[in-house]
Design a protein around this ligand. Structure first.
Ligand code: ZN
Length: 431
């Protein structure tokens, strides 16, 4: 069986809109440009992102919240948030921006397009570095996140893949996603994050394991400050393998937030690309349909280094340590290399603490998560199953993957400073 190329979700508008996110202005193009500079596009199936609809976003967000976002059309720099804005989390760390609805529908659309690639079997791995906004709630923006593209994408995946494992590598607890599925045993949420007094968002302790029907299906690995590659790799391997074999997911969604990298201004961990690559490799080794998303990452050059490295990992390409010259090259100084050096800060996680957490997590899995053999086959209702079948048929009728004249070809030809071999085909879904 030939290996299908991974899907890389892209669109000029997706990048342009993501570049407007107040917490990460300009980051999306920096990430895309380095991936292009390394010629990775040719190793992937580039799929054009289409914006999510109101209906798509309603799979998680309330009408009230989405209607509120439609109200921000022209926002001046000196805009003062009102009490109503605050009610929806707009203000403070999620300031209003102009044409807010376009922005959120583009971002959610990237992850929905990625899900679609997996649902249709175009590829087993789909990447959207513009997604991963794990703090957004059903009714509220929070922590730089206006739309929870992750939950929306998981809802799409569940139409074909009944059990989804969500993994969160961001330095912050994936609270929005965990909350959405806290009472569900079909989506298992697993988050590794810094957990310290006063550190955002303040949730994600080891005893937060979900509630009611979802008890045991949320798992948190709360780490002390300055966790290192060694700590992360050790904890991840133990916990991920146990969760995977107990829960047996049909698909995996991994949020690869880059703010656990050393020197992130909002972070506090000291990871390098090494541990992220190790963790993602473990996920890829399972050969399940996998969605890879971005997230936090406030040292833009390092976030770009990480996501380019992960893209190369997925594509099976070894990257040169020297960053190729391209428009953003000056921003990678003074090293101009891919390496991210860890800081010398001492890892506050003692071996005994890590072991204690692992033991607790394994106990919870044993106690609450049903081994596959005990899971009733009739767990999903007939209507649910019927819906899945009709949805799948609908997708196949529109198997609507056509080759399009490449936008890159046009763009590159106008710019003689770039290498012509970067020209790619862009695939898109026809609606
Ligand atoms: Zn974060």
């Amino acid at each position: 069986m030939s290996k299908k190329k991974a899907c890389y979700i892209w669109d000029e508008k997706l990048i342009e809109e993501s570049d407007r996110l107040p917490a990460v202005i300009g980051r999306a193009s920096m990430v895309h440009n380095i991936i292009e500079a390394f010629n990775l596009m040719g190793k992937l199936t580039v799929v054009r992102s289409t914006p999510a609809t109101f209906e798509d976003m309603k799979e998680f967000h309330s009408d009230l919240y989405l209607d509120q976002l439609k109200k921000y059309i022209e926002v001046d720099e000196d805009y003062m948030s009102t009490a109503q804005d605050e009610e929806f989390g707009i203000g403070y760390d999620c300031p209003p921006v102009s044409n807010m609805f376009d922005l959120v529908s583009c971002i959610a659309g990237g992850s929905v397009t990625a899900s679609r690639c997996l649902l249709l079997g175009v590829s087993d791995v789909a990447i959207n570095w513009c997604g991963g906004w794990h703090h957004a709630h059903r009714l509220k923006a929070e922590g730089f996140c206006y739309v929870n593209d992750i939950v929306i994408a998981i809802e799409k995946l569940r139409k074909k893949f009944p059990k989804v494992l969500y993994i969160d590598l961001d330095v912050h607890h994936g609270n929005g996603v965990e909350e959405a599925y806290s009472q569900s045993d079909s989506v298992f949420t697993l988050s590794f994050h810094k957990y310290e007094v006063g550190f955002f968002p303040g949730t994600g302790g080891i005893d937060n394991i979900g509630s009611q029907g979802g008890t045991g299906y949320a798992c948190n690995f709360p780490l002390h400050a300055s966790y290192t590659d060694d700590t992360m790799e050790y904890a991840f391997e133990k916990v991920f393998n146990a969760v995977y074999s107990t829960f047996e997911p049909d698909a995996i969604v991994t949020q690869c937030g880059a703010d656990a990298l050393a020197r992130d201004p909002n972070g506090g961990a000291t990871l390098t690309t090494r541990s992220y690559c190790t963790c993602v490799q473990h996920v890829l080794d399972k050969r399940k349909p996998t969605l890879l998303l971005g997230g936090g990452g406030y040292n833009h050059a390092n976030a770009a280094r990480l996501w380019a490295s992960l893209t190369a990992l997925v594509a099976g390409v070894q990257l040169d340590d020297q960053i190729p010259e391209h428009s953003d090259w000056p921003q990678y100084g003074p090293s101009f290399t891919m390496a991210i050096e860890p800081t010398l800060t001492k890892d506050c996680n003692k071996k005994a603490y890590i072991e204690e957490c692992i033991t607790k997590i394994l106990d919870h899995l044993n106690k609450y998560v049903k081994p596959i053999s005990e899971e009733p086959a009739t767990k999903r209702t007939k209507t649910e199953v019927e819906n899945v079948i009709s949805e799948t048929r609908y997708c196949h009728n529109k198997l609507d993957f056509r080759k399009k004249v490449s936008m890159f070809a046009v763009k590159e030809n106008n710019d003689t400073s770039k290498n012509e071999s970067k020209v790619n085909d862009v695939y898109e879904f026809i609606d």
